[in-house]
Design a protein around this ligand. Structure first.
Ligand code: SAH
Length: 318
């Protein structure tokens, strides 16, 4: 029997009547080996799985630098990103890139630079994202839903389980424009010295990506992917932009909004819908409502103009 345990071929050499039993022992040996392999696999996967899950979520997170003027800052930002385990860098109309200075400052993060996606507009960089957080060194004229850096890291990490998320940084000299900030779901401000609040671009990238990493390290021990409660995914940024174009046109058609004298109507409406965080189903319903309103306005205008041109309509002496 021991011989059989060591050598499976022993089954055929055994001439005793109890070979079924011996066969069972042989199967047990196979089972034992299977259990051992499964055990090793399980232990290995238990070690690797958090890392794999973390990598998968990190792949859904991108850092976007808008219109950066110093290539050294792009390199330093690439390094900061890689230090924190992130990899995806988007550059919106960088003033000088590729550049040697970027490579020098990136040190061992040249791979992040080489894979950086260069685009012309912020819309292109964030169009497929369900969450966009814009960072700002100072308060802006219109308050916007804002997060503390810690909340920012936690939210990015949580939502990255379900969709693409972006963290956006502005120009060294002027930050992000109001238009760009209004394309963001939330703003984040690092509570720096109010008398000198503006961090170097790469330093700001470092602080905020550190918070994402902290969220990942604490979250990966307990929370699993998909802990967000909503049943429908949030509308993507590109869908939202189309909605705002449609909304503005419908308000013009209704006579409510004047593009020549816009005041802050669209900004405030953007902020309103932003606060709600429309999901993609709600967004398509609203677009249907806008189309119905436009059709009603169109029918109404057609009836009025027919009445005005018809001989029996205007100037009826009776
Ligand atoms: N002079 C610019 C600041 C540019 S710093 C201004 O006043 O707006 C470049 C970028 O780094 C900013 O656009 C922002 O994305 C980020 N940044 C710098 N300091 C920050 C802070 N305290 N909080 C959040 N982001 C900051």
């Amino acid at each position: 029997m021991f011989g059989l345990l060591q050598n499976g071929r022993g089954l055929y050499q055994n001439r005793l009547p109890g070979w079924h039993f011996v066969g069972l022992v042989n199967n047990t040996s196979l089972l034992a080996r299977g259990a051992l392999i499964t055990g090793v696999w399980f232990v290995t996967m238990r070690g690797l799985l958090p890392g794999l899950l973390m990598k998968e979520r990190f792949d859904n997170i991108r850092v976007v630098l808008v219109n950066t003027s110093h290539p050294g800052n792009i390199g330093a930002a690439a390094r900061a990103i890689k230090n924190m385990g992130l990899e995806r860098l988007f550059l919106v109309a960088p003033q000088e890139f590729p550049a040697d200075r970027a490579v020098w400052r990136a040190a061992n993060a040249v791979d992040v630079l080489n894979r950086a996606v260069v685009v012309e507009t912020l819309e292109e960089a964030i169009g497929d994202c369900g969450l966009v957080i814009g960072s700002s060194a100072r308060e802006r004229s219109i308050p916007w839903p804002s997060l503390e850096p810690r909340e920012c890291g936690e939210r990015m990490w949580r939502e990255a389980a379900d969709h693409q998320v972006a963290l956006v940084f502005g120009r060294e000299d002027r930050g992000l424009t109001n238009d760009e900030l209004q394309k963001c779901t939330y703003h984040v401000h690092i509570p720096s010295n109010p008398e000198y609040s503006s961090l170097n671009l790469a330093a700001a990238v470092q602080v905020l990506t550190y918070e994402v990493r902290m969220a990942a390290l604490s979250g990966s021990k307990t929370a699993s992917a998909g802990d967000n409660e909503w049943d429908i995914p949030p509308a993507k940024m590109a869908e939202l932009e189309l909605y705002y174009v449609h909304l503005e046109q419908a308000l013009v058609d209704l006579g409510f909004h004047d593009r020549a004298n816009p005041r802050q109507t669209m900004t405030r409406l953007r902020r309103l819908f932003n606060r709600i965080r429309l999901d993609s189903m709600e967004l398509s319903i609203l677009r249907g409502v806008l189309t119905a309103i436009q059709n009603a306005v169109f029918r109404f205008e057609k009836t009025v103009s027919k009445d005005e041109t018809s001989p029996s309509g205007a100037d009826d002496p009776s």
